[in-house]
Design a protein around this ligand. Structure first.
Ligand code: ZN
Length: 163
């Protein structure tokens, strides 16, 4: 494994920690970190329910926080690590923020916009292209999601039985 790959896994572990925090809060467990010049400048997790905000996806919140931290809207030089393949909104923000790279864990067959359903990272009609590294710690990311939905289904079943 190259040094760069090792770093990708280390940063993805931080994103997975964020995902676990989201799960503990009753949110779909997705986490993200933004790294600029080798430093973590922001980390965030999905908080759609808590914030009642349809834009509160992990990587969206992390990019907004990173821009505030860096004091610039352009995230040139930044890599976004996120446990699940970004949706159209988040991949769109990556284009608008001019990120250098996105590294994601599990692919999302229901909404993935960096290679699965769409690929906005290299669309010649858009004014920015960026590098994508898929599948980093994908099994861990997918297992967190599966576990969350399994528990939620079980909880629904038992609440139906008692009511
Ligand atoms: Zn999203």
């Amino acid at each position: 494994m190259s040094g760069a790959e090792k770093n990708d896994e280390a940063y993805m572990r931080l994103a997975l920690e964020e995902a676990a925090t989201a799960g503990a809060e009753g949110e779909v467990p997705i986490g993200a970190v933004v790294v600029c010049d080798g430093e973590v400048v922001a980390r965030a997790h999905n908080s759609r329910e808590t914030d009642a905000d349809p834009s509160a996806h992990a990587e969206f919140s992390a990019m907004v926080a990173a821009a505030r931290e860096l004091g610039r809207w352009r995230l040139t030089g930044c890599t976004v690590y996120v446990t699940l393949e970004p949706c159209l909104m988040c991949a769109g923000l990556m284009v608008n923020a001019r990120v250098d790279r996105c590294v994601y864990g599990a692919a999302d067959p229901k909404g993935g916009a960096l290679g699965t359903l769409f690929d906005v990272s290299h669309d010649p009609r858009l004014n920015h292209a960026f590098e994508v590294t898929p599948g980093v710690l994908a099994d861990e990311s997918a297992e967190l999601l599966r576990g969350f939905f399994r528990e939620r289904r079980a909880a629904r079943r038992s609440s139906r039985q008692t009511s």
